[in-house]
Ligand binder design. Structure first.
Ligand code: SAH
Length: 398
């Protein structure tokens, strides 16, 4: 066995690790035996020197260890390869591999796949790796080798897109680049048969909001003959789904002109512009302020994370409440609202309470039809409730 530096926890501070929570906070550490470098594999022990877990050490931020194993092991290529194989097996189990209708999905979802600090998305041949921790970032070449081994013909290229997600110390040396390039296929992906341009290099996140796949599909059902407003449309995911579902008219809104251009491109790609669609590059708050009553039958609200940290939670909740209130007030009788929050800092309960108070302020009769989350290729470890980040409600407004 390799000799790893040991991190000893204070008495009583081992409880969360005993319950398989994958984070060790700096306040829990009693002492360290040996040398510590950013990104190193370390072993975590309780105060009585019993082994608890192995993980990546990181200087920056309050999480000092991100746990990658609760069993004492050598952390080598085989260890990581097993993890990738497990993650891909799960995607096979949920029907996403070799799926004729959908060829974009998440292969590795951080803690949900017991690989904290790593996101891997697949776009019909192009893999985008996004590193959120220094320890994972140091393994980028090894992971590329493993992906080539395990994915065979399915892999055309691997792109590292982490310059905005890494801790400060690592950001300095990281540049977004292809780590492997056999050939770059035309970057059009399929989602439930709908086509989308995905720009992995210039696009937001890894290129597409794959986590909303099943929620976009659900929107199809509610869009027949409806006037649909898609707020925060990005590249028009929900807009394409609504038109596919038979919407009479779709309006898409995003403050980014680039996003609006891509939305128009995606509409054309799917419908050759034979549909009633208009996109507006404008601020959502201004657009909703000017909203007329009784225009839309369906409104989608999928804003960016207004609360990135716990400190900004209250401000974020105010923002959410404001846009939800406007939608509740203006939607037609018998209307449907799809409302979301992707802020990790806002819990399901916080989100519901916010929606309740936005609703109550309008006095309308409102019912919950569906409670939504991210797709199953973004699994949530039962021991890591923080992974339950995407909250959504489908509401009936009478
Ligand atoms: N629903 C989209 C993803 C939304 S991401 C999908 O299914 O793909 C959030 C989007 O909100 C981004 O495209 C961002 O450009 C946009 N945005 C952020 N702040 C905004 C604002 N104040 N007004 C309008 N759009 C905004």
């Amino acid at each position: 066995m390799s000799d790893y530096t040991k991190i000893i926890l204070k008495p009583g501070k081992d409880k969360s690790v005993q319950r398989f929570h994958p984070w060790v906070f700096s306040g829990a550490v009693l002492g360290v035996t040996g040398e510590l470098n950013d990104g190193d594999v370390v072993e975590v022990y309780d105060a009585d020197k019993n082994y608890l877990a192995s993980g990546h050490y990181q200087d920056e931020g309050s999480i000092v260890v991100r746990i990658i194993s609760f069993i004492k092991k050598d952390i080598n290529k085989e260890f990581w390869k097993d993890k990738f194989v497990d993650a891909i097996d799960l995607r096979k189990r949920i029907g996403l591999l070799d799926n004729k209708q959908t060829n974009a999905y998440r292969i590795v979802h951080g803690e949900g796949d017991e690989m904290p600090g790593l996101i891997v998305d697949y776009y019909d041949g192009i893999v985008v790796m996004q590193f959120h921790s220094f320890g994972m970032y140091l393994l980028k070449e090894l992971f590329t080798e493993i992906l080539i081994d395990v994915m065979g013909d399915k892999l055309e290229a691997v792109y590292n897109k982490s310059s905005s997600t890494l801790p400060r110390s690592a950001k300095v040396s990281s540049k977004d680049e292809f780590l492997y390039k056999k050939n770059i296929p035309e970057n059009i992906i399929l989602e439930y048969g709908n086509k989308y341009f995905v720009d992995v290099v210039e696009g937001q996140k890894t290129g597409f909001f794959i986590d909303q796949r099943d929620n976009r599909k659900l929107l199809e059902i509610y869009s027949k003959d409806a006037n649909v407003l898609n707020m925060f449309c990005y590249t028009g995911g929900f807009s394409v789904a609504a038109l596919k579902g038979g919407a009479k008219l779709v309006h898409s809104v995003d403050s980014s002109q680039k996003a609006i251009d891509l939305t128009n491109k995606n509409i054309e790609l799917n419908f050759k512009n034979k549909v009633n669609h208009e996109a507006f590059a404008t601020d959502a708050f201004d657009f909703l302020d000017a909203l007329q009553k009784d225009v839309y039958d369906v409104i989608v609200l999928d804003p960016p994370a207004f609360s990135k940290h716990l400190q900004s939670k209250d401000k974020g909740l105010k923002g959410y409440k404001n846009i939800n209130n406007k939608a509740f007030y203006n939607i037609k009788k018998g209307g449907i609202i799809f409302t979301f929050s992707c802020s990790q800092a806002i819990s399901k309960e916080d989100f519901k309470t916010m929606v309740f108070s936005a609703a109550a302020a309008t006095g309308r009769r409102i019912k919950i039809l569906h409670q939504l989350s991210q797709g199953p290729d973004h699994p949530i470890s039962i021991y890591h409730p923080e992974g339950d980040y995407l909250k959504g409600l489908v509401l009936y407004v009478d």
